[in-house]
Write a protein that binds this ligand. Structure first.
Ligand code: UN1
Length: 499
């Protein structure tokens, strides 16, 4: 298989003629060769998107919605095939890959409906014979720069709201997951999206990112990835006063209080810490356990982590797949000596797995670190792998303090059977997503998704909130009095009515 760019409605190779390989992280098998774009290809994609914008912004939004609706139908039809390709391409187990595709389907249906909403306000004016209202206005060309961990869902979070509001798109997916990006563009093409509205540029962020972000034809950059890259993009774009929406790192925690249902908490921790091999920005990479249940919690969590079976995500027997690449594996594993040096103990896992069928893939054992103090690096930094750090605490107050002590603020959860504790936690957690008696992963698309502090720059994806990212507000006043009226200055006192 060979994967190409999609520019102005055509599948084309990059101008330089270079390629890179797309491989299965579980066994190293070659999936596809991929065209490797240069900045000249970015220019072509942006120019095509700029040309298409003039037509697309005027195409009625309900009709744009119908195209998205058809795209969702195609996704549904192709769901299983897409999920299988995703598992091969980036490693997550098949059930989770199906979930990723389903999240894209959900988002596409949801946003299709916005074709007939996109509400603005009509409000009374303070002067007679004057009309006041607000409406949404598209930005123009949106650059969607997406990560490999949700190679289908996250692109839909950006592309669907951008399209429904009348923007056109240049899509630069992570270089580990070009296949699912190609599939998404194929689906939009099949659904009838006009040429140039959606352009795909395959290649590495380090080669293309700065050029795309600073391109004068790009109005808005929507990025999901690391906080470091998000800060870099924001800096470049900030100087040019471009719109930027960033969805960045997390150091999410599950708090388990003494009054929790521990069985339920263990299920939530295992699922949130080791699902997707811990490669979710919502992954539970910290567990904060109150002293009364901490020993039981640790014993049982360690037992469960040791039983998880590593393997290819397409096999039924696999609980945890590989991490996405060798460099990611090395990065994750480098935290083990860091933890030990700071005084933490590896209670489960801790090793790279190379036994038998795992030898050719990038597998890391599900790992539980204990004796962790809140300020240790493993309790502060995003690891993005199957590693979770257990911290013990004395009270709910201290637990919330520890929860809020990292620079991030994406997702968190509390396990408690006490309604007062639950509500205090909901109020005081400095996170964009809070769960009660559920793990930290599994956000639904009809609510805002995103986080506080270094997790983002104040925007939210999904839900109605996404519309605010992909449009500007325009306030419109129509004076039909036929004379000069001055707001804030004219005195309107006479009602003209009998007293
Ligand atoms: C991500 O890891 O960047 O809430 C997205 C969740 C998923 C989305 C995760 N619905 O875990």
């Amino acid at each position: 298989m060979h994967l190409q760019n999609h520019i102005d409605g055509r599948w084309v190779d990059a101008t330089g003629g270079d390629t890179f390989d797309n491989t299965d992280p579980a066994n190293g098998e070659l999936i596809a060769t991929v065209t490797k774009s240069t900045t000249a290809d970015v220019d072509r994609a942006v120019e095509a998107a700029q040309r298409a914008y003039e037509g697309w912004r005027l195409f009625p939004a309900p009709k744009r919605g119908e195209i998205l609706y058809r795209a969702a139908e195609v996704m549904l039809r192709r769901k299983d095939e897409l999920a299988r390709e995703m598992t091969r391409e980036m490693g997550k187990v098949l059930a989770e890959a199906r979930g990723d595709v389903q999240e894209g389907i959900d988002m596409t249906y949801y946003i299709a409906g916005e074709g007939r909403r996109q509400f603005g306000d009509v409000v009374p004016a303070e002067l007679p014979n004057k009309w006041a209202m607000s409406m949404r206005h598209p930005h123009g060309v949106v650059a969607a720069i997406t990560p490999w961990n949700f190679p289908f869902a996250i692109p839909t979070w950006k592309i669907m709201p951008a399209l429904i509001l009348g923007n056109t798109v240049v899509f630069k997916p992570a270089s580990y997951t070009p296949l699912l990006a190609v599939r998404l563009v194929e689906i939009l093409e099949e659904a009838g999206l006009p040429k140039g509205v959606m352009n795909l540029v395959l290649g590495s962020g380090s080669d293309l990112g700065d050029h795309l972000v600073t391109h004068p034809g790009v109005a808005l950059i929507s990025f999901t990835g690391s906080s470091e890259t998000g800060a870099h993009i924001s800096e470049l774009a900030g100087r040019l006063l471009k719109r930027v929406s960033c969805e960045l790192g997390g150091k999410n925690a599950i708090v388990v209080l003494d009054d929790a249902n521990v069985d339920l908490a263990i299920d939530g921790i295992v699922w949130s810490a080791f699902g997707t091999s811990g490669q979710r920005c919502t992954a539970a990479s910290r567990v904060i356990g109150q002293r009364g249940i901490a020993n039981e919690l640790i014993d049982r969590l360690v037992g469960r982590a040791k039983k998880l079976r590593l393997g290819h995500g397409l096999e039924d027997t696999t609980d945890v797949g590989p991490v996405v690449s060798k460099s990611q594996l090395d990065r994750v594993h480098s935290y083990i000596p860091v933890a030990e040096k700071e005084g933490a103990t590896v209670a489960a896992g801790g090793r790279i797995s190379r036994e038998g069928a795992l030898a050719k893939g990038w597998f890391h054992e599900p790992t539980v670190l204990v004796d962790v103090k809140p300020n240790m690096r493993v309790a502060q930094e995003e690891i993005f792998g199957p590693v979770t750090a257990v911290i013990e605490t004395s009270s709910i107050d201290e637990a919330i303090k520890i929860l809020n002590s990292t620079k991030y603020g994406l997702s968190c959860s509390v396990y408690t059977q006490n309604v007062n504790n639950a509500f205090r936690f909901m109020r005081d957690a400095e996170c964009g997503i809070v769960y009660v008696n559920a793990g930290t992963i599994g956000a639904e698309i009809q609510l805002p998704f995103g986080g506080m502090k270094a997790t983002g720059n104040g925007h939210r994806e999904a839900g109605r909130a996404a519309l605010d990212v992909y449009s500007e507000w325009k306030s419109i006043y129509v004076d039909y009095s036929g004379r000069l009226q001055k707001a804030q200055i004219d005195v309107v006192e006479k009602t003209g009515m009998a007293p």
